[in-house]
Write a protein that binds this ligand. Structure first.
Ligand code: NAG
Ligand code: NAG
Ligand code: NAG
Ligand code: NAG
Ligand code: NAG
Ligand code: NAG
Ligand code: NAG
Length: 494
C-alpha cells in the first residue's frame, strides 16, 4: 500500500497530465500552426526504461518555419513549456530540410511545445516512437538505372540483401546459367516504397519530408508504368519504370519508405528526343542489367524484358555461360582452392556480370551540362581511358571528366554479334574496366580470362581510370565511382 499522501499526489499529477493533449505512441499526429490549443504544447506520455523518439516533419513550405521545443522533465501541468525565451530545462529540435527528431528517456513524460514564430498556417506531422524515429532521412539513396527521352528506370534503396549462394563440396552445384530470381524470404515484408519524381526546377527549397512530397504542393511528373520487387545483384529493391517524361529535362527523384522515411534526392536528365535506344530490364539471367541498349524499338511494348527479349540474344548468352560453367567445374571446386579468398561461385558470378555488360552494350548521351563529353575517335592504342576521351576531343581542361562514350556508326559491326546491326548511329557507354578486373581476379588462371592491358588498347573497349586510377589504385580514379547522385554516368558498371 502507498501512503495516502502519495496516492493523492499521483492522482493529482495524472489529472494534471490530461490537460495537455497527449501525443499517442507509434502514431502520426497531423497538426497545423493555426489550429493549436490555447497553450501550444502537447504531453509526451510516461515511458519507462526505454527511450522514445520524437520526430517532426513540416508538410507545407513556410518562411519563417515554426520552432519546436522539447523537455523530458515531466508532463505535469505544473511543468512550464520549454520555449524560445525560456528553455525551462528543454531543448530546441532543429529542423533540417523540414525534418527533426529527438530521442531520450521520458520516465515522467515530457512536453513538446510549438512556437509559431510568426509563421502563417503551417501543417506539420509529429510522431512519438518507441523504436527509431518515424520521420527520418535514409542514408541510402535511390539507385538511378537509366533514361530514354521519355522514360526512367529507377530503384529504391536496398531493403534486404540477397544471401550469397555458397555451394560446398561434395555437392558443389553452381547456380544455373539460366538463373531465376530468388524467392523473397517469407519472413521479410517489402516496405511500402513510393517514388516521387518532379522536374528539378520545381523542387528548389522545399521541405524534404514524406508528407510534403506526397502532398499537393509537390508537382509530380511522369506515370509509373510498372513497379516490381527485383533482386538486382546482391540487393532486393523496388524497381520503378516511369513513362511520360519530357526529353532533355532535369528531374529530381525521392523514394519514400512507408510514407515518412525519405531517401534522396537524386537527380538525372532525360535523353534528347533524338535518342532511340530502348530500355532493357528484368532479365533473371542478367539481373543487374537495366539500361538503354542499341536494339530496335520492341514491337508493341515500351521496353525489353525477359518476356519479349528475342531468343536470338538470350539463348547464346545463356549457352556461353553454361559452357563457361562446365569448364569452370572441371576444376575441383570446393575441394581444391585456386585462391584463398575466392571460389568458383565468385568466378561464375563475376563472369556473369562481365558477360552481361559486354553482351548488352549500353547507349549513352553526353549530359546536357557537357555536350562535348564523348570520345570522338577510338582511343589510340597507347591511351588510357580518360586521357583518351580528353585527347580525342582536344579537350585539355583537367577539371572536366567526360563519360566513356564512343560513337558507333551503322557500318560498324554490332558490339554483340547477336544484335541486329544498328539502324542509326549511337554512342556506346563503355563498361568500366573494373568489371573486367573483378572477373580476372575471381577466376582460376587455367580459364585464361584476360583483360586488355591499359597500356595497350583497353581504352577502345572499356572506360579506364574512372573508378580506380589507370595504375590500378583502388578508388583513386578521376571520379572514384561509375555514377553519382547527380545523374552523371561515367562508365557502365552492373
Ligand atoms: C532526458 O533524456 C536524457 C537523454 O536520454 C536523459 O539523460 C535524462 O536523464 C532525461 N531526463 C529525465 C529527467 O529523465
Ligand atoms: C535526428 O536528428 C539529428 C539532428 O539533430 C540528425 O543528425 C539525425 O540524422 C536524425 N536522425 C534520423 C534518424 O533522421
Ligand atoms: C545439391 O545442392 C543443390 C543446390 O543446393 C540441391 O538442389 C540438390 O538437391 C543437392 N543435391 C544433393 C544430392 O544433396
Ligand atoms: C503506400 O504508401 C502510399 C503513400 O503514402 C499510400 O498512398 C498507400 O496507401 C500505401 N500502401 C499501402 C499498401 O500501405
Ligand atoms: C530460361 O528460363 C526461362 C524460364 O524458366 C525459360 O522460359 C527460357 O526458355 C530459358 N532459356 C533458355 C535459353 O534455356
Ligand atoms: C557450348 O558448347 C556446346 C557443346 O560443346 C556447343 O555446341 C555450343 O556452340 C557452345 N556454345 C557457345 C555459345 O559457344
Ligand atoms: C540541367 O542541369 C544541368 C546541370 O545541373 C544544368 O547545367 C542545365 O542547365 C539544366 N538544364 C535545364 C534545362 O534546366
Amino acid at each position: 500500500m502507498l501512503p495516502e499522501g502519495l496516492l493523492c499526489l499521483l492522482s493529482a499529477s495524472l489529472a494534471f497530465a490530461q490537460s495537455r493533449t497527449p501525443l499517442p505512441i507509434n502514431k502520426i499526429t497531423s497538426l497545423n500552426t493555426q489550429r493549436l490549443p490555447q497553450q501550444p504544447s502537447f504531453a509526451i506520455p510516461v515511458h519507462d526504461t526505454t527511450p522514445l523518439a520524437v520526430s517532426i516533419a513540416l508538410c507545407s513550405n513556410a518562411s519563417p518555419n515554426p520552432r519546436f521545443f522539447i523537455s523530458n522533465i515531466s508532463n505535469w501541468d505544473s511543468q512550464d513549456d520549454p520555449g524560445p525565451s525560456n528553455l525551462n530545462g528543454g531543448i530546441e529540435i532543429q529542423l533540417t530540410d523540414g525534418q527533426g527528431n529527438w530521442t531520450g528517456l521520458f520516465p515522467d513524460g515530457g512536453i513538446l511545445a510549438v512556437d509559431r514564430n510568426g509563421a502563417g498556417a503551417v501543417a506539420f506531422d509529429v510522431a512519438v516512437s518507441d523504436s527509431e524515429p518515424f520521420h527520418q532521412t535514409l542514408k541510402e539513396l535511390p539507385l538511378f538505372g537509366d533514361t530514354t527521352s521519355n522514360q526512367a528506370l529507377l530503384y529504391s534503396p536496398s531493403f534486404l540483401s540477397v544471401p550469397p549462394f555458397k555451394p560446398t563440396y561434395p555437392n558443389y552445384t553452381l547456380p544455373a546459367a539460366n538463373l531465376s530470381q530468388p524467392e523473397l524470404p517469407a519472413s521479410s515484408s517489402t516496405p511500402n516504397f513510393t517514388l516521387i519524381l518532379s522536374r528539378t526546377d520545381t523542387t528548389k527549397n522545399i521541405p524534404r519530408t514524406g508528407c510534403f512530397l506526397l502532398g499537393p504542393s509537390t508537382q509530380k511528373s511522369g506515370v509509373i508504368s510498372s513497379q516490381s520487387v527485383w533482386a538486382r545483384g546482391s540487393d532486393w529493391r523496388s524497381q520503378f519504370l516511369m513513362a511520360g517524361l519530357t526529353p532533355a529535362t532535369n528531374y529530381t527523384a525521392y523514394v519514400l519508405q512507408d510514407s515518412t522515411k525519405v531517401s534522396g534526392p537524386i537527380y538525372f536528365t532525360t535523353k534528347s528526343a533524338a535518342f532511340t535506344c530502348p530500355l532493357v530490364h528484368s532479365l533473371p539471367f542478367c539481373p543487374s542489367v537495366g539500361y538503354a541498349v542499341p536494339l530496335p524499338s520492341p514491337p508493341n511494348a515500351a521496353t525489353y524484358d525477359s518476356t519479349n527479349l528475342p531468343d536470338t540474344i538470350s539463348t547464346p548468352l545463356i549457352s556461353y555461360l553454361a559452357n563457361f560453367t562446365t569448364v569452370l567445374t572441371t576444376f575441383a571446386c570446393g575441394r581444391d582452392w585456386y585462391s584463398p579468398i575466392v571460389g568458383c561461385d565468385d568466378c561464375q558470378r563475376e563472369y556473369r556480370s562481365w558477360l552481361c555488360s559486354i553482351s548488352f552494350p549500353r547507349c549513352g548521351e553526353p549530359s546536357p551540362a557537357s555536350p562535348d563529353g564523348f570520345t570522338a575517335v577510338p582511343a589510340p592504342p597507347s591511351a588510357t581511358g580518360i586521357a583518351a576521351s580528353l585527347a580525342g576531343k582536344g579537350v585539355s581542361s583537367p577539371q572536366q571528366v567526360l563519360s566513356a562514350l564512343l560513337p558507333q556508326q551503322t557500318r560498324d559491326p554490332p558490339r554483340n554479334p547477336f544484335f541486329p546491326p544498328p539502324t542509326t548511329p549511337y554512342r556506346q557507354l563503355l563498361p568500366c574496366i573494373e568489371q573486367c578486373y573483378a572477373t580476372d581476379r575471381s577466376c582460376p588462371p587455367f580459364l585464361g580470362f584476360r583483360c586488355p592491358s591499359t597500356s595497350f588498347n583497353a581504352g577502345a573497349s572499356y572506360g579506364i581510370g574512372y573508378i580506380d586510377s589507370a595504375d590500378g589504385d583502388k578508388g583513386q580514379g578521376l571520379t572514384g565511382v561509375a555514377q553519382d547522385r547527380y545523374g552523371n554516368v561515367w562508365c557502365n558498371l552492373i
